[in-house]
Design a protein around this ligand. Structure first.
Ligand SMILES: [Fe+2]
Ligand SMILES: [Fe+2]
Length: 165
């Protein structure tokens, strides 16, 4: 089975899993933990399908995936609203759109018989989630840093290499 982009991201590089590296972190511990948790849930689901999990177990896992996304989006919006983030409306609309994609994918997977097709659909969800993190979540990273409400510093402050004249 072809490895997903997420599996590559989860592999360790320099002793630290890349997905937990500062590039993917927003600086809020709860949000960062939830992001990793969502990706791991999708990975668990792929594993369960590869390991021929029964329909009841898969259905429970699919429910967990849908519920965890719903919960994360609500938590993220609450955090951003409390922080006074100006672009929340557009971000929240994107959560609504993504939630429909996730719920539809979960419904589609539960009706599939072909495991390769099921895992392909999970990889599409992985990509949709990572794209959201890049296109939307990354935009509030600078905001919460500037507002001084980060739990930790997530910027790589390594000075660029000096030009060698
Ligand atoms: Fe988001
Ligand atoms: Fe998020």
């Amino acid at each position: 089975m072809k490895r997903s982009f997420t599996q590559v991201l989860l592999e360790t590089g320099n002793g630290e899993p890349t997905l937990r590296g500062t590039v993917w972190q927003m600086g809020n511990k709860r949000i960062d933990d939830e992001h990793v948790g969502l990706i791991l849930l999708l990975e668990d689901l792929s594993q369960a399908i590869e390991n021929h999990a029964d329909t009841a177990a898969l259905s429970r896992q699919l429910d967990m995936v849908v519920e965890a996304h719903r919960e994360h989006f609500a938590n993220e919006e609450k955090f951003l609203r409390n922080a006074g983030y100006g672009d929340l409306e557009r971000h929240a609309q994107e959560h609504v759109r993504l939630m429909k994609v996730i719920a539809e994918a979960a419904r589609a997977i539960s009706g599939m018989k072909n495991r390769v097709q099921m895992i392909g659909t999970i990889h599409e969800l992985d990509h949709a989630l990572l794209n959201h993190m890049i296109e939307y979540d990354m935009r509030y990273k600078a905001f919460i840093q500037d507002a001084g409400i980060c739990d930790y510093d997530v910027w790589d402050r390594t000075p660029p290499n000096q030009p060698n004249f």
